[in-house]
Design a protein around this ligand. Structure first.
Ligand code: PHE
Length: 333
């Protein structure tokens, strides 16, 4: 038993957690001192056996207790030493910190605004919550007209809704000021859509130019949009296709030659060689009537900013722009 007593000192004198583990094995292991002591009982007399067993069991639990107390003590000590050594200083300035950057959608929006601002277009904004008159009615989209189906949205009470496009800013601007008008309206819009090319919230830029009757032609519109699209996408081909919008007549959709395959045809352009990028047209007389403008002519256009950003940065899934994934966004810095 004397031998066992020495182990109390050994535990007491241990200086690290590894030493504790070694001691534990020496005492409690298969070939440890306890096993050896218990084995000796075989040769003892019956009377001695119970005495020895009792004593050994007392030591057994006492040693176990000592070990665990010492282990905790050493662990705390080691942790404290490690923390001191690592010297974590949260106030330390890191030279590896990186500058933030604009989101690719905002950056694209800025670039579009930059183009039109240089041509003296004023930047107008409106509320994201609109009324039925500005979002639909004044834009020649009467109630129950089937063309409303193209732009289903989220409704509030009293005919208020989340605007489906930036076109209501045309109406608000014309109601607030006299012609001539030369404006763009960037901002968030909302629709009930969700797939790889649509999100319920996205951004548009609207353009409107109004001047005296006979002064604004489709040729003017075509010229400026071609120049603008080349500013945004570089040397691309631009074409206009007849289309329909209730608020313009005639209406067109502008396409650029596919930026991925240079017009040869690929998956992104559905093998047509062309990508649709914006809607436009000559302002419908019914719109001017709604805002009580007389003897004027004008053109208007509208485009989706995310679509521009996707084509410029060759991003496959529009939804990834809104996931806040730093790894993805960092690529566009
Ligand atoms: N408001 C239209 C849309 O969201 C785009 C557009 C604007 C078309 C102006 C023509 C003129 O689809």
């Amino acid at each position: 038993m004397r031998l066992l007593k020495e182990w109390y000192d050994a535990i007491n004198n241990a200086t690290n957690v590894d030493a504790i583990e070694e001691i534990r094995i020496s005492i409690f292991g298969k070939k440890g001192v306890l096993a050896t002591e218990f084995a000796k009982m075989k040769t003892a007399s019956n009377e001695d056996k119970s005495k020895i067993a009792k004593e050994l069991n007392t030591h057994k639990s006492a040693l176990m207790n000592e070990l665990s107390v010492k282990k905790t003590e050493l662990q705390t000590q080691e942790l404290e030493l490690a923390m001191q050594a690592e010297g974590l200083d949260v106030s330390l300035y890191s030279t590896s910190s990186e500058a933030g950057a604009l989101h690719p959608v905002m950056e694209t929006m800025d670039r579009i605004v930059e183009y039109f601002a240089a041509l003296n277009f004023a930047v107008k904004t409106g509320g994201m919550v609109e009324d039925d008159f500005n979002n639909f009615e004044a834009l020649n989209l009467p109630k129950y007209h089937p063309a409303r189906d193209m732009q289903d949205t989220f409704y509030f009470k009293d005919e208020m809704l989340l605007r489906t496009h930036t076109s209501p800013v045309q109406i608000r601007t014309m109601m607030a000021q006299k012609p001539p008008i030369r404006m763009i309206a960037p901002g968030a819009v909302f629709r009930r859509d969700y797939d790889i090319t649509h999100t319920p919230m996205f951004h548009q830029i609207e353009g409107l130019l109004v001047d005296e009757k006979g002064k604004v032609s489709f040729a003017n519109l075509k010229f400026i949009l071609e120049d603008f699209l080349k500013f945004m996408f570089g040397e691309v081909e631009v074409r206009f296709r007849p289309s329909f919008f209730p608020f313009t007549e005639p209406s067109a959709e502008a396409d650029i030659s596919c930026v991925f395959c240079k017009g040869d045809g690929c998956r992104v352009c559905s093998h047509t060689g062309w990508l649709e990028v914006l809607g436009c047209g000559i302002v419908d007389p019914n719109v001017f009537e709604a805002v009580k403008y007389e003897n004027v002519s004008g053109y208007a256009f509208g485009l989706g900013v995310e679509r521009f950003a996707m084509l410029i940065h060759q991003i496959g899934d529009l939804r990834s722009l809104f996931e806040g994934d730093i790894k993805l966004l960092e690529q566009f810095r």
